[in-house]
Design a protein around this ligand. Sequence first.
Ligand SMILES: [Fe+2]
Length: 279
Amino acid sequence: MAKVVAGVGTSHVPAIGAAVGQGKTQEPYWKPVFEGMQALRDRLAEIRPDVCIIVYNDHASYFALDLIPTFALGVGSQFQPHDEGYGPRPVPVVKGDPQFGWHLAESLILDEFDLTLVNELTVDHGLTVPLSVAFGQPGEWPCRVIPLCVNVVQYPPPTGNRCLQLGRALRRAIDAYPEDIKVAIFGTGGLSHQLQGERAGLINASYDNVWLDQLISDPERVARISHLELLRETGSEGLECIMWLIMRGALDPHVQVAHRFYHVPVSNTAYGLLLLENG
Ligand SMILES: [Fe+2]
């Protein structure tokens, strides 16, 4: 049977991808950031997940305002990095798992989560930066990937509670999959940041860390936080953090914190990293 072996939360700051691609990870600005990722990489190298379900948002790359799915599941066999204006990130093609993807689709939709299913999909930094965080710069990614894309760009995004419940439905779907595979789930985005307007550059470290504490110990409470509170406290793009609730919902009610790291600023963003394990 399929088994959930890890939950990862990570910001998906595009500058992290650029630092990896340009060989800057040992420069003074970046060294502490990448050192903070090492324990995650070491543990994932031990766990060796077969499949990573990566919950992310598309930044008007593949999806634009002509089509805004609230939740979209990538069920294709591969996903090329999207050209975000500087050429596609120089990272391996992301290999999918159509058999598992269609199992998830069937289970989730019959469990009353009506996802958009996407056969053809290119993936932007929202998905590929978390892979770089977790696995560095391999010749090919060491796992298959199921993209789960959430609209947090165009109002209205889903509620935190809807994300938590989707995570729980995802867990039911994974537990019902008969193949003997190890599955890791990534919630990405956030933490506090705002890219434009009067409050551009906003970072709220104290709020982020309380939010992380509660995500671990009391996700129902985090799921009830309103969009307005998140916008006020974490900035307009900080709302991306609701995607971590899908990851949290797919784990047991009580989890072990295998690794936690927080660093500000990374680019103009608060960087947060969590590795949670069941039991
Ligand atoms: Fe983002």
